[in-house]
Design a protein around this ligand. Sequence first.
Ligand code: TLP
Length: 346
Amino acid sequence: MSYKGYSDFRSDTVTRPTEEMRKAMYEAEVGDDVLGDDPTVKELEELAAETLGKEAALFVPSGTMGNTIAVKLAAGEGKEIILEEHSHIYNYEAGNVSRIAGSLPRPLPSDHGIIPIEKIEENIHKSLRDHIPETKAIALENTHNYWGGVPIPTDYIKEVSKVAKKHNLHFHLDGARVFNAATALGVDVKEITKHFDSVMFCLSKGLAAPVGSILVGGKEFISEARIIRKYLGGGMRQAGVIAAAGIVSIKVMTKRLDEDHKRAKRLAEGISDIKELQVDLERVKTNFVMIHLKTMSSFEFLEKLKEKKVLALPFNDKLVRFVTHNDIDDNDVSIAIDAIHSVFRI
Ligand code: TLP
């Protein structure tokens, strides 16, 4: 469903609210959420906590704020958090892990988002002397953005959670796209989230809400999180208007993600014969297609693609990301396949 003439594959963040969301937003009953009496925000938070199998939830304006609050509580000032080296928290959240949470990130290399368990254990520091920052938390990302939206297997998550428990570390999930992971793995989302102390997930990505993310965790954790949200300026008043869309996200949009995954696969298969690029079909498991360009820069490729009314996002000079979502239909995929082929035809 191209919008203003463009098939927009830049991100699933570009999704526009559905008709059902717009109606729910129009009809939403609201109060003042900072005073704690917006019924629609409450309903969203209760639904989110129940869906992810946690005691409580907090509606936050963005995934970045949800992760920042979690790191601040999980690790905190002068303490370490173990992260994957290409994680969103470490690389793409404006340095909040140290700027706002005050924590020291310990980025570790991985095989497509999987940090070897022994590497994690080796990097857990206890504060034996006063100059060693103590490790307080571990965070994983699922699906993993940089690694092409791959879902992280639950067996691996379970192993990491054992390490976290053994060393008394908080275990956080950047689950911006955790419902895509659950869909790809064919499990209920709780099978993933039950291993974590806290989880952030985004309503505004594949779940198509216009704004918002959710942080879930224990009751005490979330009530502390609420205070931090307030002093970061994230206390939203009649937020029921946007929370109403989030309710539709959880109830309806979590059930259709397989469509996006199938379209991503079709896109990847449709361009895999082009010798000027490389796409790893095995890694296309959710709604991302990563394209490695062999003969031209991402910038040049995207300029040519834009002329053909197709948009995607550069990841680096040779790597381009295409994301399928609720506003990409079969026709958009066909348009993109043809456009990419024609860029390489003389
Ligand atoms: N990701 C965005 C951009 O930042 C790249 C995207 O288009 O994919 N965690 C993960 C894994 C994310 O991918 C993102 C956003 C966030 C957190 C932050 O969410 P927001 O944008 O709501 O702050």
